[in-house]
Design a protein around this ligand. Structure first.
Ligand code: AMP
Ligand code: GLY
Length: 428
């Protein structure tokens, strides 16, 4: 079967690479793709935020039997609904289910209603009321723009002055656009042994009945070593997560994953696709920091390379509601992903810098994020440029191989963190 994948970053490259290994998959198209994806798929230059244009393209390509919608924006905009209305089989939640990511206030109310552990919170549409609330509250306090904000709509405010400035930035100055018309004010969660608490991302396949967690991974959201600097889309990941024991996995399954699937069903919004649980280990146990309605980026770049089972088989089982019949298996060992970014990211950066990849050595591989071909040459085309990944028996081994490969790649302004895979692992 020929498949269309929507998106064009490192995560989509990892999805396309996994699908390319499947005997069930024929030709792969990617809308809009990038220079790395172009080696495995035919890239299609149609705006995927224009549902009608995507539906027209699919109607004109009768050979395409399945569409994988990966990014948050088209899911929130209802691309799956539009395609399914035309009889196209898809992987990804519909618009009603994607609200679990698209509206933080929806997600918080869902968790409160169904007793799913998360930080205490209040929701405000009114700036003055929000201001009065934070003036009477504790610090630090967490402010979240309600809508989608490229992973950047969260402010951790240490003082009242920070919180006042933050509320103004989100609600009045609309620093995150319309996403900030409503704000969630949240209790700051602290860790069991550390402040802040240890965090883990667990992605899970679900068909709305069965939920199958993938291997856990850890993201590094800040731009600089030691979790300093600005928040980014993610600067690197590793799997497995050393503190995520069998006991914790069981707690998460029973108190968070199964109740979330049941809650979405009870709300008349059955969720089919990948449900992403951003979790924190706190004094009171595991709590949900955020839900995403999709594969994480760059978590997917370390998780999918470890998947033994055919990804297309899993996708189809999710679509057909028979995920319980599939045995999802994983390789032993570890995988590390180091993001190579353009100089200046996440703020201003230049594009169009020539990239030299060369021979990366054993066990290392690259997923492209922001790359393009210009006059036949590979050039930078985004903030996050390449994801350099490597597998190993341990995180330390995978990390050494990934960094050796990262050093070999050259482009002007190349910037990356040097401490991916150290946190949590340092304690053994
Ligand atoms: P989010 O985009 O919701 O994942 O938030 C970004 C980051 O902010 C998370 O990875 C956490 O490190 C931090 N964070 C979010 N909410 C809280 C909270 N209630 N308490 C402490 N840290 C938080
Ligand atoms: N890595 C976090 C995300 O995909 O939102």
């Amino acid at each position: 079967m020929n498949v269309l994948v929507i998106g064009g970053g490192g995560r989509e490259h990892a999805v396309v690479a996994a699908l390319a290994k499947s005997p069930l998959v024929g030709k792969i198209y990617c809308m809009k793709g990038n220079a790395g994806i172009a080696e495995l798929a035919e890239c299609v230059d149609v705006d995927f935020m224009n549902s009608a244009a995507v539906c027209d393209w699919v109607a004109a390509h009768k050979d395409v039997g399945y569409v994988v919608v990966t990014p948050d924006d088209p899911l929130a905009a209802g691309l799956v609904d539009a395609l399914e209305a035309r009889g196209v089989r898809c992987f990804g939640p519909n618009k009603a289910a994607a609200q679990i990511e698209a509206s933080k206030s929806f997600a918080k109310q869902l968790m409160k209603k169904y007793g799913i552990p998360t930080a205490a919170y209040e929701v405000f549409d009114d700036y003055e009321k929000a201001l009065a609330y934070v003036r009477g509250g504790k610090f630090p306090v967490v402010l979240k723009a309600d809508g989608l904000a490229l992973g950047k709509g969260v402010l951790i405010c240490e003082t009242l002055a920070d919180a006042e400035a933050g509320l103004k930035q989100i609600m009045l100055d609309k620093a995150f656009g319309a996403a900030g018309s409503r704000v969630v004010v949240e209790e700051f969660l602290t860790g069991k042994e550390f402040t802040p608490g240890e965090e883990v991302s667990v992605l899970a396949f679900t068909d709305g009945k069965t939920i199958v967690p993938m291997i856990p991974s850890c993201d590094h959201k800040r731009a600089l070593d030691g979790d300093r600097g600005l928040n980014t889309g993610g600067m690197g990941t590793f799997t497995p997560c050393p503190f995520y024991t069998k006991d914790i996995a069981d707690e998460v399954m029973n108190k968070i994953m199964l109740p979330t699937v049941a809650a979405m069903n009870a709300e008349g919004r059955p969720f089919k696709g990948v449900l992403y649980f951003g979790l924190m280990r706190t004094k009171e146990g595991m709590k949900v920091v955020e839900y995403n309605s999709r594969f994480g980026d760059p978590e997917t770049q370390v998780v999918l390379p470890m998947l033994r089972t055919d990804l297309m088989e899993i996708f189809q089982a999710v679509t057909d509601g028979r995920l319980s019949e599939v045995n999802v298996e994983w390789e032993e060992g570890a995988c590390v992903c180091v993001v190579l970014a353009s100089g200046g990211y996440p703020q201003h950066y230049e594009k169009g810098k020539e990239i030299a990849i060369g021979d990366l050595g054993p066990d290392a591989f690259v997923y492209h994020a922001g790359t393009a071909r210009k006059d036949g040459k590979l050039v930078t085309a985004g903030g996050r440029v390449l994801n350099v990944c490597a597998k190993g028996r341990t995180v330390a081994e995978a990390r050494a191989k990934a960094y050796a490969a990262a050093e070999k790649i050259q482009f002007e302004g190349k910037q990356f963190r040097t401490d991916i895979g150290i946190k949590y692992n340092a304690k053994g």
